[in-house]
Write a protein that binds this ligand. Structure first.
Ligand code: AMP
Ligand code: ZN
Length: 489
């Protein structure tokens, strides 16, 4: 079956033709590790996890590169005081690299919680400074960049003069861009406000700095992705992904850098994942409309009435196509939980199928159903359609349970095997009993019970010991009217 992918560059669904047969090179912009990832960030990474899993399911060998941005992502190109890492390190009284480490660990923990597979390569910006300096030199040599006060900027006007079409991805008109932007403070070392930093001079107080031919400084955000993607995937590769909000300027600038360096498009298929909204408003740290993944799972938040298991969250996300906006609300999560539990029950029923009526012709055409499932995956990774097909099978499985339908032995084996591959390997769901959080929960109930027994026996030394030792491990017990609960700190 032919795979079709919606390409943001052409604005069309195109047949996927990999550069090297049966192999896919995919680069996805990773997190900027200066604070905890929120649930919106998780959605984007989960969308690409599903795409990664789907490509593997379809038989491709995938080299999946997802970077860690640990330097250089300024909130404003023009002002070096806007380095996110330096700002956060002042706030938390930590070294910038301690900030990087802290939030990289958090990022990995969160993604593991939602059963995301690790990428095959996870490069960091700070580990590729030399490559970024080399690229900057190349762009200067070719006349696409200029030096100004120890910083180097990409010359957007020059790029366009040579007919290379800045704005092709985001469909922006450069003339309008030039006409509509004000010259912001601190940008006067640029020839034009649209020009973006390849290398930024560091002030003496700036700790994250490296030597370069232009003096001490640090690389620009857009350049790091060009450096790392081309290093591991070549100067032309198959797929580049990221959240919708990265289309402009980030990905537009990556295209410009690639084309200026090599004279051709750097990427064949640009893929953009759509945003997560909560109660109708885009999830973002700056507006305060956000929730951290652990807050949703522990139930410690003001938005949801109860805690939700990570697999329920994953199921909820998978019910929306990656290119659609997804809104989460209490009602949406409750409905997802119901659907998820029914799906899991059906999968379980397939394992203990003792009561099923066998040896009759199946009314459910397994082969045709499998073909449709594969077609949904191949149609621009359509997870909601795939899930709707799964529920056709779920209905049939419950009919088998109720003995209102029957199945051939061979069909049952095929259904069981395919269902598990789609549910666990492609959609990446985990049954609640199987997952570690469920085990932790069971262990915690045992400890809470033991502590209650100690308290009843007035053995406060032991009960306090249980509480304090758990606290030292980052697990806080909370005594309330309804009994004792716990939160992970
Ligand atoms: P950042 O660490 O800010 O670079 O963001 C990491 C990723 O999360 C990027 O690909 C963003 O596009 C994505 N992202 C940010 N906010 C949302 C949201 N509300 N929904 C989905 N993805 C988001
Ligand atoms: Zn990037």
């Amino acid at each position: 079956m032919n795979l079709k992918i919606y390409n943001s560059l052409s604005g069309e669904k195109e047949e996927f033709k990999p550069i090297h047969e049966n192999n896919v090179g995919m680069y996805v912009c990773g997190p900027t590790v200066y604070s905890n990832v929120h649930l919106g960030n998780v959605r984007t990474f989960m969308s690409f996890d599903f795409i990664f899993r789907s490509l593997q399911f379809l038989g491709y060998k995938v080299r999946y590169v997802r970077n860690i941005t640990d330097a250089g992502h300024l909130t404003d190109d023009g002002d070096v005081n806007n380095d996110r890492f330096v700002k956060q390190s002042r706030l938390e009284k930590l070294e910038p690299m301690e900030i990087v480490q802290k939030y990289t660990v958090d990022f990995h923990k969160v993604l593991e919680l939602f059963n995301l597979l690790p990428p095959t390569i996870e490069p960091t910006a700070t580990g590729h400074i030399l490559e970024q300096i080399e690229l900057t030199k190349k762009l200067l040599d070719k006349g696409f960049a200029y030096e100004s006060n120890g910083s180097v900027y990409f010359d957007v006007l020059e790029y366009n003069k040579r007919g290379l079409n800045y704005g092709e991805l985001s469909k922006r008109n450069v003339e309008e861009l030039f006409a509509n932007t004000r010259d912001l403070d601190g940008q006067n070392e640029k020839k034009n406000p649209q020009d973006f930093a390849l290398w930024k001079a560091a002030s003496p107080a700036h700790i994250m700095r490296w030597n370069s031919p232009w003096g001490a400084g640090f690389p620009g955000w857009h350049l790091e992705c060009t450096a790392m993607s081309t290093k591991y995937l070549g100067d032309k590769f198959d797929i580049h992904g990221g959240g919708m909000d990265l289309k402009f300027p980030h990905h537009e600038c990556e295209i410009a850098q690639g084309k200026a360096c090599n004279g051709h498009e750097p990427v064949n298929y640009w893929m953009h994942a759509n945003m997560l909204t909560m109660n109708g408003q885009r999830m973002s740290k700056s507006t305060g409309n956000y929730i951290l993944p652990m807050q949703l799972i522990s139930g410690e938040n003001d938005f949801f009435e109860k805690p939700f298991h990570p697999s329920v969250v994953r199921f909820c996300f998978m019910q929306a196509h990656y290119r659609s906006v997804l809104d989460i609300s209490n009602e949406a999560m409750v409905a997802s939980e119901k659907g998820f539990l029914r799906l899991m029950e059906a999968v379980k029923l397939l394992d203990d199928a003792g009561s099923f009526q066998m040896n009759n012709r199946s009314l459910f055409d397994i082969k045709e159903w499998k073909t449709r499932c594969i077609a949904a995956i191949s149609d621009d990774f359509n997870s909601p359609i795939l899930i709707s097909y799964l529920f056709e099978a779920v209905k049939f499985i419950f009919a088998l349970k109720d003995q209102t339908a029957s199945i051939l032995e061979q069909d049952l084996i095929e259904l069981r095997q395919f269902m598990k591959v789609i549910v666990f390997d492609v959609l990446g769901l985990k049954s609640i009993e199987e997952s570690n959080t469920a085990k932790l929960d069971q262990a915690m109930q045992v400890l809470i019970e033991l502590r209650n027994q100690a308290r009843k026996a007035k053995n406060f030394e032991l009960s306090d010991q249980i509480r304090d030792k758990l606290l030292a491990e980052g697990i806080e017990l909370k005594d309330g009217r309804e009994g004792t609960t716990y939160v992970l700190n």
